[in-house]
Design a protein around this ligand. Structure first.
Ligand SMILES: NC(=O)c1ccc[n+]([C@@H]2O[C@H](COP(=O)([O-])OP(=O)(O)OC[C@H]3O[C@@H](n4cnc5c(N)ncnc54)[C@H](O)[C@@H]3O)[C@@H](O)[C@H]2O)c1
Length: 327
């Protein structure tokens, strides 16, 4: 499917924190316009419509029916992603759906089936990989320029206040989803997974605030994930978000700390410019490559399914205290 229009109209379902970054991204995307939004609480919707300079729909059905809308961003909580993605795809609108894409493999498979049946794009909001440093790493790995890959690390240490974490699942679902699609994109799929989690910082909620994972990759390399909402890392060369791939002939590093603004960024204590930047690049790819040129996302719904299987393997490893083989 190729959209040949001078301006591609975008609608948002859900206008929580992440919609602020998506609105800025659409605004910066040449040939795209945020036409309108719907949010469950109309007070929030009115306020955001004013901030974003767009219209406000009275229902998600009204939004997806509007011929001025070509594509819908599903930016609600995880539990409602399938409902709104289905609504948009059935109305003939392509979708960008935030991560984690679904609550189960079956939910993501349904989105994939509906998108294919209706010849539409349904792209996972896998923003972290839409960064030049990530793409360069993938190119080096693909060309065998790093030699034999021996290890990969995805580290995340960003403090989240308890009231923010309360709106999300624990870090296993919320953050290890990012880690999983990053690893898949850079070096491929693991074959064995072993995970642990803990709640060290939060007092009122039961969700875990830290999780670590060890993996054996299909080529024999070992990989490690850390996902923590419990504390920031402010030491020298911090592991705020750090991605490393090490091979026998070279290695790479990607860090959130390459560009920092000393002011709070949404729920983060500082503004990690890569957060907004990766969402801008992702939105640009969705609009310019997928919608206009009929190209592919860098990470597909099939990758979202594998990432979901990795997260579910982590949950099983934690609950049964054992290493899980990924089929
Ligand atoms: N890609 C990233 O880096 C990143 C970062 C943060 C959040 N996210 C994802 O974005 C999505 C939204 O997160 P957020 O930070 O904006 O959260 P938020 O809590 O600020 O907003 C949640 C939104 O979901 C809506 N909502 C909640 N329950 C609903 C229901 N039953 N029916 C309809 N709407 C409902 C709320 O009205 C609100 O608009 C989540 O899926 C989250 O995982 C992605």
């Amino acid at each position: 499917m190729k959209l040949d229009k001078s301006t591609i109209g975008i609608g948002f379902i859900g206008t929580g924190d992440i919609s602020i970054l998506h609105a800025k991204a659409v605004q910066k995307c040449y040939g795209a316009k945020l036409v309108g939004i719907w949010n469950r609480s109309s007070e929030r919707a009115q306020q955001r419509a004013k901030e974003f300079g767009c219209r406000c729909y009275s229902s998600p059905e009204e939004l997806v029916r509007d011929p001025a809308i070509d594509a819908v961003f599903v930016l609600t909580n995880l539990e409602t992603h399938l409902e709104y993605t289905r609504l948009a795809l059935q109305a003939g609108k392509s979708v960008l759906v935030e991560k984690p894409v679904g609550q189960s493999v079956a939910e993501i498979e349904e989105m994939d089936r509906l998108a294919k049946k209706n010849h539409l794009v349904c792209m996972p909001g896998h923003n972290y990989i839409y960064e030049a440093g990530m793409m360069r790493t993938r190119e080096l790995v693909e060309n065998d320029d790093l030699g034999r890959i021996v290890s990969a690390y995805v580290m995340y240490n960003i403090h989240h206040p308890e009231e923010v974490a309360a709106r999300y699942p624990g870090v296993v679902r919320q953050i290890l989803t990012h880690h999983s699609y990053i690893l898949l994109y850079l070096v491929g799929k693991p074959k064995e997974i072993c995970a642990m989690k803990a709640t060290l910082h939060y007092e009122k909620i039961t969700q875990e605030d830290i999780a670590m994972v060890q993996m054996r990759m299909e080529n024999g390399a070992l990989a490690h994930f850390c996902a923590s909402f419990a504390a920031d890392d402010h030491a020298a060369d911090p592991w705020t978000v750090m991605v490393k791939v090490i091979g026998t002939a070279g290695s790479t590093r990607y860090s959130y700390r390459d560009h920092v603004e000393i002011k709070p960024g949404l729920v983060h204590s500082q503004t990690y410019t890569a957060y907004q930047g990766s969402i801008m690049n992702e939105v640009k790819h969705f609009i310019e490559v997928c919608l206009r040129q009929g190209g592919e996302p860098l990470s597909s719904l099939q990758d979202a399914i594998t990432a979901q299987k990795m997260v579910e393997a982590c949950e099983l490893s934690i609950s049964e205290n054992r290493i899980i083989s990924l089929s």
